[in-house]
Design a protein around this ligand. Structure first.
Ligand code: FES
Ligand SMILES: [Fe+2]
Length: 430
């Protein structure tokens, strides 16, 4: 699966994390590979290997100077593409150029769009354009992004995005809404909380699938929530009023995930009230703090963690659970993480790391999860057999939207036809 991910552009770091030219690097691990991200002298985002090839010193401690990073140990210097550009501790008659060639480290193409620095870690000859996600077209004033650490396998978390049935339970509020009014759930969303047994309908597409969760309303209509899932790990969730939102689940390794969230506005930008609501952290992202997180093998990554973590039981408040919301946990994503980071794992893995799926009892509402697993496994098996995924080469396929509506229409195919325009974004690759 890692090789499949290396055919796609992946969110690596928020633009705001490396705001400053020649500023401090950020330590990342993506797909099990240790990297640093920094902005060079010209403002270009750079993502290169984390270690100097001389004596393997971490370049995080190096000096970001004059279009590259100079290792703090003996001064070797590396440019944006990982090329070694200076080796100052050699005798005069030494073959410097030959050594520089051998001293090349990883340096991956990096691009900036939608408030995020993206990285491509695959072969040059298969490098695609950035995906045509509408979010990447929006101006900065219309985009709100964040990221945080989830301590589980990426699939475990991503599956919550395509599991509409759980919002009626895990994310149920007993009071009409919390937080600032501008984004209070509208009447249709409130309807979603009533029927906890939605009918799931799904249509596979060239990019993944679109699925509809159909709930009965008390007026005899149907409330449809139509979610997009774009391989390998992008979601777009319907939100009746604002903002258009979804997540990208980027594997740090098999048992840790960097979760990127995005919200964007079409038309007018965010209002102050909306920004304040987002910053209250009810939804995405949750209240976060910058963290240096030590992975189990001792490598430190620079990331963000929710204030609600495993160690404090996600700040569950049992009184709140009786009176305010179903979970007793403050933020939506903390509610999800509390469950996903504490599922029993298979084999010798620790609790929460990689769930033991043989023990699951799946039901019809798990159709999107089952379908996603099947499609991902096919892509991974194809890759192992030398069949390259076609999807990354068609970035326009990502120009989709999600939608939600109350309608008399009960047939999913007819609903999709009637809402065809709502489900396409008028964008192409940036
Ligand atoms: S270890 Fe980096 S220059 Fe020596
Ligand atoms: Fe959820």
């Amino acid at each position: 699966m890692g090789e499949v991910f290396r055919r796609f552009w992946l969110p690596a770091v928020l633009s705001s994390e490396i705001r400053q030219n020649e500023g401090p690097p950020r330590r990342l691990r993506i797909l099990g590979e240790d990297l640093i991200a920094f902005r060079d002298t010209s403002g270009k985002p750079c993502i290169i290997g984390a270690y100097c090839p001389h004596k393997l010193a971490p370049l995080f401690f190096g000096r970001n100077e004059d279009h590259g990073i100079r290792c703090a140990y003996h001064g070797w210097k590396f440019g944006a593409d990982g090329t070694c550009v200076d080796i100052p501790n050699l005798p005069e008659n030494f073959n410097v150029e030959g050594l520089k060639k051998r001293a090349k480290i990883a340096g991956y193409p990096a691009r900036e769009a939608g408030g995020v620095v993206w990285v491509y870690m695959g072969p040059q000859n298969t490098m695609p354009e950035l995906p045509g996600l509408e979010w990447l077209q929006a101006p900065d004033s219309h985009v709100h992004v964040g990221r945080w650490l989830q301590r589980s396998n990426w699939v475990q978390g991503m599956e919550g995005e395509i599991d509409s049935s759980h919002i009626s339970w895990l994310h149920r509020d007993f009071v009409p809404f919390r937080g600032n009014a501008p984004v209070a759930p509208t009447a249709p969303l409130a309807q979603g909380l009533v029927d906890g047994a939605p009918l799931m309908k799904l249509q596979e597409t060239d990019y993944g699938f679109v699925y509809g969760a159909r709930r009965k309303t008390d007026t005899g209509n149907f409330y449809w929530r139509v979610t997009q899932w774009m391989m390998p790990m992008f979601s777009m969730i319907p939100n009746d009023r604002f903002p258009r939102t979804g997540r990208a689940w980027v594997p740090i390794d098999d048992t840790h995930t960097s979760v990127f969230t995005y919200g964007y506005m079409v038309g007018d930008g965010f209002t102050q009230g909306q920004i304040e609501y987002l910053n209250e952290g009810h939804g995405f992202p949750p209240p976060l703090r910058p963290t240096v997180y030590r992975l189990p093998d001792g490598y430190n990554i620079d990331t963000y963690q929710s204030v609600a973590v495993k160690e404090n039981d996600y700040q569950i408040d049992r009184l709140m659970q009786k009176t305010v919301n179903f979970s007793g946990i403050h933020a939506i994503t903390d509610q999800d993480r509390a469950l996903q980071e504490n599922m029993p794992s298979y084999g010798s893995h620790n609790v929460g790391e990689i769930v033991d799926r043989k023990r699951e009892l799946l039901v019809p509402s798990d159709l999107p999860v089952i379908t996603a697993r099947r499609m991902l496994l096919k892509m991974a098996r194809d890759m192992a057999n030398g069949i390259e995924p076609a999807l990354p080469q068609s970035p326009d396929l990502y120009a989709v939207r999600s939608t939600a509506a109350v309608t008399r229409e009960g047939d999913f195919g007819a609903f999709l036809n009637a809402h065809r325009d709502d489900l396409r974004a008028p964008s192409s690759a940036p």
